[in-house]
Design a protein around this ligand. Structure first.
Ligand code: SF4
Ligand code: SF4
Length: 144
């Protein structure tokens, strides 16, 4: 799993791109919550550390899927999703993958837009290019 400290040491460039991405918000998300149902969102080490600092135990929100750490679900949705309000309990601290969504990494298609999101068609080529940089460099670190 990606170690953010290692990235910091190895490449300040990757660090700055990732940090820039943390500031990137798609203000026009419908907040429909579809992307929080039955999630298999990958958690980077830095995501885990950040969420732990909020007081959540690893066992509560992390599960292993193949060789990765991913978000845990409860009753068909992410443990941090509130079905009534359709809100994320940790929105300001949500994982990098949740911030990039609906841009995803697909093993067959590579960096692409998930058509499951009702706003998939609104992703601009500029956003895709920006997210591609972040995702490609994370993938490189995950699969050196
Ligand atoms: S599926 Fe798309 S529109 Fe709905 S909450 Fe997720 S990112 Fe927003
Ligand atoms: S962390 Fe938040 S945004 Fe990400 S899947 Fe869970 S509820 Fe949704």
């Amino acid at each position: 799993m990606l170690n953010f400290d290692q990235i910091n040491n190895k490449s300040q460039h990757v660090h700055s791109i990732v940090m820039e991405c943390f500031e990137w918000k798609r203000d026009y998300c419908l907040k429909c919550g579809k992307c929080c149902l039955n999630t298999e969102m990958i958690l980077l080490d830095e995501d885990i550390k950040r969420i732990q600092k909020l007081g959540y135990k690893i066992d509560f929100f992390v599960r292993k899927l193949h060789n990765y750490n991913v978000l845990k679900n409860t009753r068909g949705h992410c443990v941090f999703f509130e079905p009534k309000s359709k809100k994320c309990k940790i929105y300001e601290n949500r994982p990098l993958g949740c911030r990039l969504y609906p841009i995803i990494y697909d093993e067959e298609k590579g960096v692409s837009v998930d058509p499951y999101c009702p706003l998939a068609h609104t992703v601009t080529s500029e956003e895709l290019e920006k997210a591609s940089k972040v995702i490609s460099q994370i993938i490189e670190k995950l699969f050196p």
